[in-house]
Design a protein around this ligand. Structure first.
Ligand code: FAD
Ligand code: SIN
Length: 544
């Protein structure tokens, strides 16, 4: 198929590009609107992302002794791999960010004169604020989206898929390459500074709590741009997602165990006390592996979460979304045990940033799940992620505004990826079945780079991932194809880091090296391409 090069439209430059409209992107855009014109780019509709599905809540300690305990709980869950200064920032600045959200109109659930506070796994205190029982993310996104939409300095382009970052000759980030999904046109957008807030990559796995947009695009494009990605081996598997064949995967919040929910194997035995003294409230990685063991021991594909001993009225009021969703699938959680299985939930690793959101590429900042600020270490403490999005989103504002002051937008010559029209065919003219490839990728990641890993499994996963990378090279042009390519890249990064870490720690478990504190346990795995800016994207639907 011949390729035609075409002139690429360039959108008017903004001062700041924010890519992604979850909690982190929205909070960043709101702050940056004080410093200049912001262009908010997002694939799909503005509310779509993990944030809106967040159930359990947002961890916030308001009293001084609890701030210190929140710090200690976070460090303990992170297994010694957190950056203590980043954790300090999170717990100290968190309360002010949540207060700000309340001033902007957030309605968190109340109990008597104060706020209702829940407890989740590995927290030593009740300190989780929630909204609508189990609909915290919906409320936070509602408030942030309303505020962002009311600000004239923020322009919106939804259904715009960011393909890649634009670099100048010095390797500074100066914008992004966008695919307008409605017209199929590819455009360059220039800005003084770019903030990545593209969320996580749960879609890499056959079982995940994450929505379809969580395809790791930001991690893949930052890697292609030469940014350091860090600690990619640490993927958190949430212990309890609904397991019913032929129904969508759906999270059952940890708060259900916080309120007394019990895990039982298919024989009906409560098993968590055999694994950890905190039983159901043990850290997530321990609960997920315990469930995995029970599934293997009983040859079952799931265990059960049992809340039938709690009062019916309480369950309906405390977990209204979960109650209604399970009922839709014919499970009345007030009367029946719920089949559950662990599922990929959160990326602790990501694009390495400092405590102000700066990545290793000048002009590129990152916030939220796409970033690795160092607050989560080897395992994230429950309900710390929404807080991280707010706190580090606000911090990225300061750093990006400082970087941008005095710069002209759209400066310099850009090294844009090579874009040309073409068909998604391989060298032999075959059409690749992307959905089939994606299913195979998700199965491979689940089986070989999932909850339990080994050197042999990782090596065979890497060999397959390399084959797919080769097949996909220079041929992806639609959003779906580009997403699959990004997922293969991120899968490769996760498997490579998992192979490099030759021992177990937190969420990363190696069956061939179960010991945790082998030599070098405290180093971070860092990966960086040797040829930044050379990523080629071909034929992404450019109109002549
Ligand atoms: P997201 O909210 O995922 O937003 C990412 C944005 O980037 C989206 O707008 C997406 O469309 C856009 N995007 C992605 N790629 C591109 C691209 N190529 N071009 C343009 N736009 C792009 N954490 C807690 O702290 N408490 C909880 O109770 C909690 N519950 C959870 C429940 C569920 C079901 C899930 C999935 C997660 C939960 N988490 C929770 C984790 C938390 O919700 C997420 O880590 C957090 O919301 C991530 O926010 P974010 O802004 O970084 O990303
Ligand atoms: C949950 O509600 O269990 C999810 C909380 C989180 O991921 O922090």
């Amino acid at each position: 198929m011949p390729q035609r090069r075409s002139a690429m439209p360039t959108l008017p430059a903004a001062d700041f590009l924010v890519i992604g409209s979850g909690v982190a992107g929205l909070r960043t855009a709101i702050g940056l609107s004080q410093a200049g014109r912001v262009l908010m780019l997002t694939k799909g509709s503005p509310a779509e992302g993990s944030s809106i599905y967040a159930q359990g809540g947002v961890a916030v300690a308001s009293e001084e002794d609890d701030i210190a305990l929140h710090r200690d709980d976070t460090l303990r869950a992170g297994k010694g791999l957190c950056r203590p200064e980043a954790v300090q920032v999170l717990v100290e600045e968190g309360p002010a960010r949540v207060q700000e959200l309340i001033r902007w109109g957030a309605r968190f659930d109340r109990a008597g004169d104060g706020y209702a506070l829940a407890r989740e796994a590995a927290h030593s205190r009740h300190r989780i604020l929630r909204a609508g029982g189990d609909a915290t993310g919906t409320e936070m996104v509602r408030v942030l989206l309303n505020r962002a939409r009311s600000l004239p300095q923020i322009a919106w382009r939804d259904h715009h898929f960011t393909i890649d970052l634009l670099l100048d000759a010095q390797g500074h980030c100066v914008g992004a390459l966008e695919l307008d999904e409605s017209s199929g046109v590819v455009k360059q957008v220039k800005a003084k500074a770019v903030v990545l807030a593209t969320g996580g990559a749960g879609q890499l796995y056959a079982r995940t709590t994450n929505p379809p947009v969580a395809t790791g695009d930001g991690m893949a494009m930052a890697y292609r741009a030469g940014a350091i990605v860090e600690d990619m081996e640490f993927v958190q598997f949430h212990p309890t997602a609904l397991y019913l064949p032929a129904t969508p995967q759906f999270l059952l919040t940890e708060a259900m165990r916080g309120e007394g929910g019990i895990l039982r194997n298919i024989k009906g035995e409560a098993f968590m006390k055999r694994y950890h003294e905190m039983a159901e409230m043990a850290p997530r990685d321990i609960v997920s592996r315990a469930i995995w063991n029970e599934m293997v021991a009983t040859s079952a594909r799931h265990v059960y979460l049992d809340v039938t001993h709690l009062a019916t009225g309480f369950i309906r009021e405390r977990f209204p979304t979960i109650y209604a969703t399970c009922l839709r699938y014919d499970v009345d959680i007030t009367e029946e045990m719920i089949p559950v299985c662990p599922s990929a939930h959160f990326m602790m690793g990501g694009v390495r940033t400092d405590a102000r959101g700066a990545t290793s590429v000048p002009g590129l900042f990152a916030a939220g799940e796409v970033a690795c600020t160092g607050v989560h270490g080897a395992n994230r403490l429950a309900s710390n992620s929404l807080l991280e999005g707010l706190v580090f989103g606000a911090r990225a504002v300061e750093a990006a505004a400082e970087y941008a002051s005095g710069m002209l937008p759209g400066r310099g010559t850009t090294v844009a990826p090579d874009v040309a029209a073409g068909e998604a065919e391989d060298d032999h003219g075959d059409h690749l079945d992307m959905e089939k490839l994606l299913n195979s990728l998700r199965r491979l990641m689940w089986e070989k780079v999932g909850i339990i890993r080994s050197k042999q499994g990782l090596l065979s996963a890497l060999a397959q991932l390399e084959k797919w990378e080769e097949r996909l090279r220079d041929r992806c042009r639609t959003r779906r194809e580009l997403e699959v390519q990004n997922m293969v890249t991120v899968g490769h990064l996760v498997a490579t880091a998992a192979l490099q870490r030759e021992h177990s720690l937190g969420a990363h478990f190696r069956s061939d090296h179960p010991e945790e504190f082998a030599s070098g346990w405290d180093r971070h795995t860092q990966l960086r391409t040797e040829a930044p800016g050379r990523a080629r994207v071909r034929g992404a639907g450019v109109k002549a």
